[in-house]
Ligand binder design. Structure first.
Ligand SMILES: [Zn+2]
Length: 475
């Protein structure tokens, strides 16, 4: 009280500037009302009628306001008289102003800006476009990002119609296709992985208030993805007046191998990192190695555990990269071997079921030695039974050290590889396995990489880097 209200000179200047921008925005709004007025024949009766009228015109409003803000904020660039050539540093003089309309999520925006041309370098440029971070083509980055988010969820045609319905703007499915492949091309596991800092944050959240370090599970598995050969690209020779022939190529189910790191928080799974690609064992091993070498996993803060079904190549990678990790043979996978034994030995009978259940219980209690002994004593009645018993014995014997299920349970380790199986489902199957969809490998891997990024929480970051690349190449 009593103190004079002092407004700094900067503030006065800022307010005047703001007032002047406000006036311009009001002017735009008035122009928009002029457009709205003639459409307002009768007072609309329902909410839907009102929203439909406003919806149809809203982009003229939001686009117009954005245009006014740009004009205001970039007055200097719009009036620019000269610029130095980025290549040869010669001073270039402004030529005529050139108009350009770009499409954005808030509507079309018209720009008029000076053009500069360097005769020596034979290159022209628009400094305003660079300052605004525009990319080549009409559709700007906010639209591209929205489209990319849609197509990582639904097929391209659906994405196109949803995009139209939800935004009132057209975005062609072909264009979306190209965009996704470009954004996802060449991504590695390190590109789509959360940072070590982010992973540590997730670990700390689960560890809070706990006595023991949390269990970090690494699951490794394959999922089948429908692919088509590259030869399917060649156009089929068709004859006029004849029905189109069935495609000559045959689809192929390829193995999308992947891994997932996730934390166990009681019954809950806290996702950390997924990586799925149509790839071979070596490539998967290489990707795991990249994770290890990038130091993304703070092994000292967790109890690392690897759970999988027993494929040799998986253990090989695990042993080399994470020798300290607790190894768990997927408990439920053992049931398959036991069922085969029971089927061959007892036939389809109650006894067979009882034997499987009793044996699974013994395994559950960590009595793999008893189970192995029992298998050894079984008197096979047929070649088939003998083979099944031998197979089962070999399997359990080989992985004996990975079957201490009782101890594992006490330690809070998982017995099954449900975590990787579910990520197979929500990353690969949900988007790639659709009726009639057969993927070229070159298309399926970028899509899988983007979907992994989405679940790893890095899609915005991945897209940001893609936009950066786009801007750099358009310069
Ligand atoms: Zn030049």
């Amino acid at each position: 009280m009593g103190a004079a209200e002092v407004i700094s000179f900067d503030e006065v200047r800022a307010r005047q500037q703001w007032n002047s921008l406000r006036r311009q925005l009001h002017e735009r709004f008035d122009q928009w009302l002029d457009t709205l007025e003639p459409q307002w024949h009768e007072p609309p009766a329902t909410l839907t009628e009102i929203t439909t009228t406003v919806w149809d015109l809203r982009q003229q409003l939001t686009g117009g306001l954005t245009e006014a803000i740009i004009q205001y904020a970039y007055e200097g660039e719009r009036q620019r008289k000269q610029v130095s050539c980025p290549r040869c540093a010669r001073v270039l003089k402004a030529q005529a102003h050139v108009g350009r309309t770009v499409e954005t999520m808030v509507g079309p925006i018209e720009l008029k800006r000076p053009y500069f041309y360097c005769r020596a370098c034979r290159a022209g440029r628009y400094p305003l476009d660079d300052a605004l971070g525009l990319v080549a083509g009409c559709k700007q980055l906010d639209m591209q990002q929205a489209a990319a988010k849609l197509v990582t969820e639904v097929p391209y045609d659906t994405a196109q119609s949803l995009f139209g319905d939800l935004t009132g703007m057209h975005f062609g499915s072909e264009r979306m296709h190209t965009l996704t492949n470009q954004a996802g091309a060449g991504l590695t596991v390190v590109d789509i992985a959360p940072s070590r800092q982010e992973i540590e944050r997730r670990i700390a959240e689960v560890a809070a208030g706990r006595f023991r370090r949390p269990v970090l599970v690494l699951g490794i598995d394959g999922a089948y993805v429908p692919t088509r050969p590259d030869s399917a690209r060649q156009p089929c020779q068709g004859r006029r007046g004849k029905r189109a022939q069935r495609a000559r190529w045959r689809g192929q189910w390829r193995d999308a191998k992947g891994f997932r790191f996730y934390l166990l928080d009681g019954e809950r799974i806290v996702h950390v990192l997924s990586w799925h690609q149509v790839q071979n064992e070596e490539q998967l091993g290489e990707a795991l190695k990249q994770v290890k070498e990038a130091g993304l996993i703070p092994e000292e803060q967790v109890r690392l555990c690897v759970v999988c079904d027993g494929a040799e190549w998986i253990w090989k990678h695990v042993q080399t990269l994470f020798p300290e990790a607790r190894q768990v043979l997927d408990y439920y996978h053992c049931a398959q071997y036991l069922h085969r034994v029971a089927q061959a030995h007892y036939g389809a009978s109650m006894q067979a079921l009882e034997w499987v259940e009793a044996t699974m219980t013994r395994l559950y209690l960590g009595k793999v030695g008893v189970v192995l002994g029992g298998l050894r004593r079984m008197q096979a009645q047929s070649d088939e039974a003998e083979k099944a018993i031998a197979n089962c014995w070999d399997y359990l014997h080989e992985h004996r050290g990975r079957t201490a299920y009782q101890k594992l349970r006490r330690g809070g380790y998982p017995l099954g590889s449900g975590g990787i199986e579910s990520s197979n489902k929500f990353i690969c199957h949900v988007r790639l396995k659709r009726s009639g969809a057969w993927w070229y490998e070159v298309n399926s891997n970028p899509m899988l990489a983007l979907r992994c990024a989405k679940y790893n929480g890095t899609l915005n970051q991945v897209f940001g880097r893609y936009q950066q690349r786009l801007r750099e190449t358009s310069e």
